[in-house]
Design a protein around this ligand. Structure first.
Ligand code: ZN
Length: 100
């Protein structure tokens, strides 16, 4: 079985298990041995970012894609943590509940 490296975290995965990493990394077709990501990066970054920026205009989408492309795996993790914190504090503000 041909193994490749996840283009986000570097984990070794079989080609057939690779996912299209767009918009976090360059778009790639199924079965490609380049620019594929593992299942955990797919559910951790790719899907959430796709959903998060899904309603953006093409131009905004492109800008965010370029930004995400410039982030390393560690930076992506930090970035996502920050987004979750932001989202959470917005929700906390709305419901007026304060967490320690
Ligand atoms: Zn990965």
């Amino acid at each position: 079985m041909q193994m490749i490296k996840c283009c986000i975290c570097g984990e070794r995965i079989p080609v057939i298990s690779g996912n299209n990493p767009y918009p976090v990394r360059r778009w790639s077709a199924w079965g490609s041995d380049k620019n594929r990501c593992c299942a955990s990066c797919n559910s951790e970054f790719v899907i959430p970012f796709r959903i998060a920026i899904g309603s953006s205009t093409e131009e905004q989408f492109d800008q965010i894609h370029k930004l995400l492309m410039s982030y390393s795996y560690g930076e992506l993790k930090e970035f996502k943590k920050m987004l979750i914190t932001l989202k959470k504090s917005t929700q906390d503000l709305k419901t007026s509940t304060v967490e320690a």
